[in-house]
Ligand binder design. Sequence first.
Ligand code: MG
Length: 216
Amino acid sequence: MPRAEFHHVETWVFDLDNTLYPPQMRLFDQIERRMTDWVMTRLNVSRDRADHLRRHYWALYGTTLAGLMHEHAIEPGDYLAAVHDIDFSALTPDPDLAAAIAALPGRRIVYTNADTPYAHKVLAARGLSGLFDAVYGVEHAGYRPKPQREAFETVFAQDGLTPTRAAMFEDDARNLAAPHAIGLRTVHVAPAAEPAPHIHHHTSDLAAFLWPLARR
Ligand SMILES: [Mg+2]
């Protein structure tokens, strides 16, 4: 039981996609399809080439958007609106997760590589609206994405959180390296564990993990 390892935590930082909803809801499949479509149209390449570039930029730059901005100087607002224009009906409310998050002692924030208009739609579809003190998107880091350390530092400075008194919950293990390096407690939220020195805890059930950390 990790409760003692979280008693110092006063700010709880949550990733959004595949963290505040399970990957089985497959919302990201829709976004990836729109990313590929966007790359096909804007760069005038085949579907196979667009799919390759989407993955390649994600691996190399942290997000497809960061690669498109770096290598093609694209304007991020248009891209973000297009790829996030999806059907949210795959998401269902999660009252148990909402109650567990509401019971955490301290500030609760969301930090996503998507943008905040999209983040608010996801939170609404999951029944998690109003539970967070702040929601930060890639626009708050000047479109520099996680896992870059400067992105975390920019967002955390805006929030005013103390890294050594915060915990980060994330499904992408890459995105826990910088938080670990600057002092956050790290929790990998994913179906399978990927043990690494920068991951303190793993859970496949976020609500079950949070309940023992609730207000006492
Ligand atoms: Mg995620």
